[in-house]
Design a protein around this ligand. Structure first.
Ligand code: HEM
Length: 515
């Protein structure tokens, strides 16, 4: 994709900046797969119930998608599980969905829905626990009400399961595969399923989870090899209650052909699961249009912030170089302005980040100038010249998005004259470039609605009746706000297109107006 795209930029970061600098909200769970999937104890300890990341694979890969009906196009991965009414259903027994959603919520933003965050967590759980890379798209839309019930349950017969998977658009072979792919992780817990699993009296498994295979925290084909060799302890295959042996009925439904092929080939198992996992998380209600598969930009600007400081336009920026750990690259940021001029600044190494269990890494460079022992993290531009686009020269190689440049909108920005009037109120001053066709300028109050969705409330800034010049090229538009507890981004409609600042400002950081 072409930068900038607020939604894709943010989805890309959430997907590929997993650990280290700019780590995404789930990074704390990526340490060890055991704890990512199961919480700090291999038994599912109560204290850290909410960390049970198995919920992610299960929530997303099983429960959330099951209500999709490929005929009428309803249901799918739409985060309807966040509603208490769904969590209370018997079919969702024993799952800490409420707690999972608290963790999921940390990744939700104006550009990332609850449903996207669930899908992302599932992808990360799979990839960081030895699984294949799963294509990730964004753009899921959160349901506004609970969905119809319909999660497959172990006591149902084979025909109902085949029908349930067919409703989602999966064939019988795909059903066998998908269940095997899901059941490479985790197991069945006694508490919610006392008719399937007995109390285990195992000090290493204090929560009485009978696992689907011997390597329950790792993605591998042992679920198939153990099944084929007859050594499996899968409680849904060799459970004492044959009525609930749904994996046995499903795995055997084609004479074991599919399971045998998985047992014979870890690679086939991995590639099949990658495809089916992706299809599963991409099962969405009709009308939802997903983005393309998110791939990392090789050179990605980040933290681009323009601030008007009187006669000086301050530009701070960083850039992420994908697929390198080189801390000594020569990185120059180049830019063009409104009057045919150019500028450049040598960026300094900042830090590293990584993704997918260290399979990928990235090096970050940023504007950072030390003058007389004082670090400034911006370059000073002439407001009249402004800036229109950037490009980057990395070890002699130019990245300018195939000649397009990385466009920058300098039509509006925060002015440093913004200040706190008194304890609960503040004045936003927005510097608007003279001559741009800004039909509206507004603050965007980033907040959460009663349905746990991030919403943006626009607060119009009235155009000043008399121009208030801040310098030769910009005038100030001002508005007072009285809620200091939320973040405000700045938005503007320029030539009919809406733009937003990439950061939301907290007014408590503003200086006092009377100072
Ligand atoms: C007919 C279809 C299926 C049935 C009847 C079924 C049944 C179950 C049951 C009873 C559990 C135990 C839950 C608990 O103890 O809280 C479970 C766990 C699990 N299932 Fe399935 N499942 C099915 C399909 C799938 C699919 C398609 C996936 C993913 C692709 C999946 C992924 C998982 C995972 C990851 C767990 C482990 C959760 C944990 O350990 O906390 N299941 N399944």
């Amino acid at each position: 994709y072409t930068w900038p795209s607020p939604q894709l930029d943010e989805l890309e970061s959430a997907r590929f900046d997993q650990k280290g600098l700019h780590a995404n909200a789930f990074s704390g769970f990526l340490g060890s797969c055991d704890s990512f999937i199961f919480g700090p104890n291999t038994g599912r300890s109560n204290a850290a119930d909410w960390i049970r990341m198995a919920r992610f694979s299960e929530t997303s890969l099983r429960i959330m998608t099951w209500r999709h009906n490929s005929k009428d196009g309803t249901g799918g991965l739409d985060a309807s599980i966040r509603f208490a009414e769904e969590q209370a259903r018997a079919e969702n027994a024993g799952n800490g969905f409420a707690n999972t959603m608290i963790v999921v919520g940390t990744q939700v933003s104006r550009y990332i829905s609850n449903a996207d965050a669930i899908a992302l967590a599932a992808v990360m759980a799979i990839e960081n626990c030895g699984g294949p890379e799963v294509a990730f798209r964004g753009g899921r839309i959160d349901a506004t009400e609970p969905n119809a019930p319909g999660v497959p349950e172990p006591e149902q017969d084979l025909d109902s399961h085949i029908a349930a998977f067919a409703r989602q658009g999966f064939t019988k072979t795909e059903m066998i595969s998908l269940v095997a792919c899901g059941h490479t992780f985790g197991g069945v817990q006694h508490d919610p399923f006392p008719d399937i699993v007995n109390v285990l009296n195992d000090t290493a498994d204090t929560e009485d989870v009978a696992h689907f295979d011997s390597t329950f925290a790792t993605f591998d084909n042992n679920v198939a090899t153990e099944y084929i060799s007859g050594t499996t302890q899968n409680p849904l295959v060799v459970g004492f209650n044959d009525t609930t042996n749904s994996d046995k009925r499903i795995f055997g439904s084609d004479g074991n052909t599919t399971m045998l092929s998985f047992a014979n080939s870890p690679a086939l198992f991995a590639s099949t699961c990658a495809d089916l996992f992706a299809r599963m998380i991409d099962t969405v209600p009709n009308g939802v249009v997903l983005t393309d598969v998110i791939t990392p930009l090789p050179v990605k600007p980040s933290d681009v912030v323009l601030t008007m400081n009187g006669d000086v336009l301050e530009l701070s920026a960083s850039v992420r170089l994908w697929n390198t750990t080189d801390t000594t690259s020569s990185v120059t940021m180049l830019w063009k302005d409104h009057i045919g001029g150019t500028g450049n600044d040598t960026l300094a190494f900042w830090d590293l980040s990584s993704a997918t269990g260290g399979k990928y890494s990235a090096a970050w460079y940023r504007v950072a100038t030390v003058t007389n022992a004082v670090l400034t993290d911006f370059v000073s531009l002439d407001p009249a010249a402004g800036i229109t686009s950037m490009s980057f020269l990395v070890d002699g190689q130019l990245d300018d998005q195939n000649g397009l440049g990385f466009a920058i909108q300098d039509g509006f920005m925060l002015s440093k004259t913004s200040c706190q009037i008194e304890f609960l109120s503040a004045r936003f001053d927005v510097a608007v470039r003279n001559g741009v066709n800004a039909t509206r300028v507004y603050l965007e109050q980033i907040t959460t609605d009663t349905l746990q969705r991030v919403v943006v409330v626009e607060i119009d800034i009235p155009p000043p009746s008399q121009p208030v010049a801040i310098n030769s090229a910009y005038s100030l538009w001002s508005v007072n706000v009285t809620n200091p507890n939320v973040g405000y981004a700045i938005g503007a409609e320029i030539d009919g297109i809406k733009y937003s600042t990439t950061i939301a400002y907290g007014v408590t950081a503003f200086p006092s107006c009377s100072a």
